[in-house]
Write a protein that binds this ligand. Structure first.
Ligand code: ZN
Length: 426
């Protein structure tokens, strides 16, 4: 259903750098971009090509959610796997539509309940349901006594101990056609038996997981909060590092040394949601403080500054799909990047677009609006550089385009329901 179309009169953020081009044009032809730049560089067009004047609306690359849990059902985070496979599947179908409708045209999965991601990826790729491009994960992989092994992950955990048992687990994930193997290198403040500073694996276990995954073309994503966890991840070749809350100079320098191919997701929406909404989970502020979460937020702000100083590539996203950070609110991460981490709005946009796109697709086809790349873009009725929060307002998306297919308002079920008189007016 796609075709060639030229958008004129755009305010264009290509994602190549922080600049914005006024009076720009974007020409897409089916799934690819033919041109994106100043209107006067467009040349003469065949008059048969449809042209639409955007009248100053903002055009930017589609964003990448780099720590997605599409099978999470906005449930209490202390009982994540409470849903049956059937319930998790149905909500994942809805969540995929909501994520695309929120302006995220790609998603790196960081763990999936009951392997829901795999069927979800097939359904999205076949066009049966709308959703982001999806790099699918299997269940979380961890050792006995790790955070993964804590009872709140029923349907989400795969436990194995020792290099060969872990290699077998990775091979099982390969058999399931997983793209990303998700492991927990350290723990979590709420988890008494595996805290945020406690390493779960021995070095030879992480080395075995990464080696086995890479030899089968899979990538490895980890949960690493501590400096020691980040160092273990970098040393043994983990591709995506989530959290990195408590960096020290050595860990930051190690990340810098691998900045061309390792990406860090420093999002702290879980911590912020827990601190703000702890009472809805039956917890007191004192308890949350004792578990180290306020300290974790402060440490994260320092760690992100260390990464900014070293030009380490950071991605947005993280753990949306729980009651304190529900699906559909993903763009809150960009607000956090600006307000708490001190990035410029344009820099936060680059994390969400250029850097997330490069993390998702190593062949360089995503994340920026340039000739020959996939036509994944957003048309926004407003200026995210002036107000980054506008990306949280779904009503401001005039269109969300993925692979040249144009969508609008995927969020509100009400748009599917029509008034009786509309039956005959079409
Ligand atoms: Zn997660």
């Amino acid at each position: 259903m796609t075709q060639a179309v030229v958008f004129t009169g755009a305010k264009l953020f290509t994602g190549v750098d922080e600049s914005v081009i006024e009076n720009a044009a974007i020409w897409i032809d089916n799934e690819r971009i033919v041109y994106a730049g100043p209107a006067d560089g467009l040349g003469t067009l065949d008059p048969s090509i449809k042209s639409i004047d955007l009248k100053g609306q903002f055009v930017m690359p589609g964003m990448t959610e780099c720590h997605a849990h599409l099978s999470f059902t906005d449930a209490n985070p202390f009982n994540l796997g409470a849903q049956s496979p059937e319930e998790a599947t149905l909500t994942a179908v809805r969540n995929a539509r909501v994520m695309l409708g929120s302006g995220f045209t790609s998603a790196l999965s960081f763990g999936s309940i009951h392997k829901v991601d795999l069927a979800l990826r097939s359904a999205i790729n076949s066009g049966a349901i709308p959703g982001p491009r999806l790099a699918a994960a299997g269940k979380d992989l961890g050792v006995t006594g790790s955070t993964v092994d804590s009872g709140v992950f029923d349907g989400l955990e795969q436990i194995a101990d020792g290099p060969w048992a872990l290699r077998k687990a990775v091979r099982e994930q390969r058999r399931d056609t997983v793209d990303i193997v998700k492991i927990f290198i350290d723990g979590e403040g709420v988890c008494e038996h595996a805290t945020q500073h406690e390493l779960s694996f021995h070095d030879d276990e992480v080395a075995a997981i990464v080696d086995e995954a890479h030899r089968h073309g899979m990538r490895v994503a980890c949960h690493s909060r501590s400096a020691a966890g980040v160092k273990q991840a970098v040393k043994f070749g983990v591709d995506f590092i989530a959290h990195a809350n408590f960096l020290d100079e050595e860990a930051a320098d190690m990340l810098h040394a691998v900045r061309d191919h390792v990406y860090v997701g420093p999002g702290i929406i879980w911590e912020l949601g827990l601190i703000e909404h702890c009472e809805s989970l039956g917890l007191t502020s004192d308890w949350v403080r004792q578990r180290g979460y306020e300290e974790e937020v402060e440490a994260s702000i320092r760690s992100v500054q260390m990464m900014l100083d070293r030009d380490i590539r950071m991605m947005v996203g993280g753990d949306y799909g729980i009651s304190v950070a529900p699906h559909g609110t993903y763009a809150k991460d960009l607000e956090v990047f600006v307000d708490l981490f001190g990035m410029s709005p344009a820099k936060a946009l680059l994390c969400a677009t250029r850097d997330g796109g490069a993390a998702f697709d190593t062949s360089g086809m995503l994340g920026t609006l340039e000739k020959g790349k996939y036509a994944d873009l957003l048309i926004v009725n407003g200026d995210p550089i002036a107000d980054i929060k506008i990306l949280q307002d779904h009503s401001k998306f005039s269109a969300i385009i993925k692979g040249g297919v144009i969508y609008r308002d995927l969020i509100h079920e009400s748009t599917f329901k029509i008034a009786p008189e509309a039956i005959f007016t079409g």
